[in-house]
Design a protein around this ligand. Structure first.
Ligand SMILES: [Zn+2]
Length: 279
C-alpha cells in the first residue's frame, strides 16, 4: 500500500499535489498518489498561502501578473498580524510593514502605503526604497516552502529516493516545522527585471510571455542535494539533505552573488515572544 511522502499515512489520496503552486503558473509539475489529502490541504492553507501573500515571492507574483485560480489579479499585503512579525527591532531599525503592491488589469503596478510617515518621506525624497526584513518567522515559512518543493521534485524523479533517510529532516521540517526552527536559505540574483516579460506582435495581436520560475535539482560533489529555484530575478537555494549551512554551497554559484540568510539561535531567541506559532 502507498504511504504519504510526508506523514506516512495511507491516504486518502484524492487530490493532485502541485509541486510549485498553481498561483505561480505551474500546471504540469504534479504528483498523484504521493501526498495525502490532509498534507495537501495543510501545505496549501498554512504554508503556500503565507509565502505567496507575504514574502518577496508575493511581489513577483504581483509584478509578473500571474493570475490566481479565480482569475483575479493578486494583491500583496505585506503587513502581518502582530504575533507573526517576529521582528528583530534591535537589528532591523526600519521594517516597512505598511507597504503592499497591487497589479492592475493593464499590468501596471501600484504600491499601497498605509503609513503617513513613509508617504511624507517619499514626498520629501528621503525614502528611496522599501525594506522588507526576513524575520525568523518569514524565513522559517520560506524554508518549509522550499523543502516541500524540493522533496516533491525528488519524488517526481525517484519516489523511493525521496523517502530515504537522507531527507527525513527536510520532510519533517516542511510538514511539521519542528526539530529545528530555521532551515538555511541561500539567496542570489539572476538576470534583470527587463527580460522577465517579453512582448511581441503577431497576426493575432499583442502577445506577452512572462517568465515565472525555473528550477533545478543539483547533486554537488561535496555531497549536497540542492534545490535551486529562480522566481523573478531571485535565486533561492537550499540543501535538502543537510540543514547546516556550508560556504561550499555558495562557491558552486560564482555568478549569482549567493548569500546565506540566517539568524543565529541567540538572535532567534532575542526575537522570541512574538514569533507566533509555526504550525
Ligand atoms: Zn500526509
Amino acid at each position: 500500500m502507498n504511504t504519504c511522502l510526508f506523514c506516512h499515512s495511507n491516504g486518502p489520496f484524492s487530490k493532485p499535489e502541485h509541486i510549485i503552486p498553481e498561483a505561480l503558473g505551474n500546471d504540469d509539475l504534479i504528483l498523484f498518489d504521493e501526498v495525502c489529502d490532509k498534507c495537501n490541504q495543510y501545505f496549501g492553507s498554512k504554508i503556500e498561502n503565507f509565502v505567496l501573500g507575504k514574502t518577496p515571492i508575493a511581489f513577483w507574483r504581483t509584478f509578473l501578473g500571474i493570475q490566481k485560480k479565480k482569475g483575479k489579479l493578486p494583491h500583496v499585503n505585506l503587513s502581518q498580524p502582530k504575533k507573526q512579525k517576529g521582528r528583530l527591532s534591535s537589528i532591523h531599525k526600519i521594517h516597512d510593514n505598511f507597504v503592499g503592491f497591487t497589479c492592475h488589469d493593464d499590468y501596471s503596478i501600484s504600491v499601497d502605503i498605509d503609513d503617513s510617515n513613509i508617504i511624507r518621506d517619499i514626498i520629501a525624497g528621503t525614502q528611496k526604497e522599501f525594506k522588507f526584513v526576513f524575520t525568523p518567522y518569514v524565513l522559517s515559512m520560506m524554508g518549509r516552502f522550499f523543502c516541500k518543493i524540493g522533496i516533491e521534485l525528488l519524488c517526481l524523479n525517484d519516489r523511493k529516493h525521496a523517502r530515504s533517510h537522507f531527507f527525513d529532516q527536510a520532510r519533517n521540517f516542511a510538514r511539521n516545522g519542528n526539530g529545528i526552527d530555521l532551515w538555511p536559505i541561500f539567496h542570489g540574483q539572476s538576470g534583470t527585471i527587463q527580460v522577465l516579460k517579453k512582448r511581441s506582435m503577431d497576426n493575432e495581436g499583442l502577445k506577452e510571455e512572462v517568465f515565472c520560475y525555473h528550477y533545478q535539482l543539483l547533486e554537488l560533489d561535496s555531497g549536497y542535494t540542492l534545490l535551486v529555484l529562480t522566481i523573478g530575478t531571485d535565486v533561492w537555494i537550499i540543501s535538502l539533505n543537510d540543514p547546516y549551512p556550508k560556504p561550499v554551497i555558495c562557491d558552486a554559484f560564482p555568478d549569482n552573488k549567493i548569500k546565506l540568510i540566517w539568524y543565529t539561535p541567540e538572535e532567534v531567541e532575542k526575537s522570541s515572544g512574538n514569533r507566533g506559532t509555526h504550525t
